[in-house]
Write a protein of this length. Structure first.
Length: 332
């Protein structure tokens, strides 16, 4: 049935902008890794990536949103165990002032000032630029798709080409905390506003096996709250989970989706980086369990899932002996 009363141009694209449709990726995609948003819980995704690498998972596509865009871009540039250890080392050295830079005078009143954001993205931009191994998305060793929200018209945009750092910043620009990022005359905010987990993007690219790395749980209840801003955060969490459940419900039967969840309630304090080591290890162990379960179930269904059986290292290396990535000195 036709839609009346509005201009078809306002909805014909489904609210999605994918300029590279039909051209990206250039080769068929068997395996994709999707990294969702989750702020300071994103360290867990690095642990999950370690488990995937150890198990022999080799992606032809990486999709990232918000902190997943930051982690995904790091992994796409070096999809090896050494690359994972380097990312873990960067996370360990990040302090709150490296991500949310405080001025000389800082307080809760800054949230009420007439200003575009509470924090600048300059320090985060410097951290990302210090470890990124490619300047434009087209040069990524593994095809990379990053999701951002277009502020001017409310559309979801999938970046697959253009300046890499700017696309990552656009995908990670948390509303209110960070300013909108301008690219080619358009303003962008965090991709999680419209799609916190880019499962639909991986499906659109034809992936047959998709590993989804979450910073929470699919059916997690929103955190309880006692203050107004916490109520808004709780409602936002509900919206994110609803979109993911709808996407999971329409996965074609021929596609395997392996979801790695992170238990625990979402944090109200995005500036708490005190649990990085715990999150790295927890993400690793949870991913190993999910991969073992997938291998067993696939075997029972007669599907072949090639997996290595590496030794289980209980702890992470203390340091990565590389000089390519040196984020600003932590002020933790």
């Amino acid at each position: 049935m036709p839609v009346y009363g509005i201009d078809p141009d306002g909805y014909a694209d489904g609210g999605l902008v994918f300029a590279a449709a039909g051209r990206f990726p250039s080769k068929p995609v068997e395996t994709a890794i999707v990294l969702g948003g989750g702020g300071n819980r994103g360290a867990a995704q690095v642990g999950m990536l370690r488990a995937l690498v150890e198990s022999g998972v080799v992606p032809e596509l990486i999709v990232g949103t918000s902190i997943g865009a930051v982690n995904g871009a790091a992994f796409a540039g070096s999809p090896t165990i050494e690359g994972v250890y380097l990312a873990a080392d960067v996370w360990r050295r990040i302090g709150v002032n490296d991500v949310f830079t405080r001025g000389r005078f800082h307080g809760s009143w800054r949230y009420l000032e007439r200003r575009p954001s509470v924090f600048s993205m300059d320090r985060l931009r410097a951290i990302v630029a210090s470890y990124l191994r490619f300047e434009v998305l087209e040069e990524s060793p593994v095809p990379l798709l990053l999701i951002a929200t277009r502020l001017d018209d409310g559309r979801e945009e999938w970046f697959t080409e253009g300046p890499a750092v700017e696309a990552i910043m656009a995908s990670a620009a948390l509303p209110g905390l960070y300013p909108a990022v301008e690219i080619a005359g358009r303003r962008y905010l965090d991709g999680g506003v419209l799609d916190n987990v880019g499962l639909s993007a991986a499906l659109a690219c034809g992936a047959k096996r998709i590993y989804v790395l979450l910073c929470g749980k699919v059916d997690a209840p929103p955190p309880s709250y006692s203050r107004p801003f916490e109520a808004m955060f709780s409602a936002f969490t509900l919206a994110l989970g609803s979109r993911l459940r709808r996407d999971l419900a329409v996965v074609p039967p021929a596609v395997d989706v392996v979801v790695v969840e992170l238990p625990g309630a979402a944090m109200f304090d995005p500036q708490d980086f005190s649990r990085t080591d715990d999150l790295l290890q927890e993400g690793y162990e949870l991913a190993r369990l999910a991969l073992d379960d997938y291998a067993q179930r696939s075997s029972a269904r007669g599907r072949l899932v090639l997996r290595r059986r590496p030794p289980r290292w209980p702890q992470w290396p203390k340091a990565v002996e590389r000089a390519e990535a040196d984020p600003p000195e932590s002020s933790r």
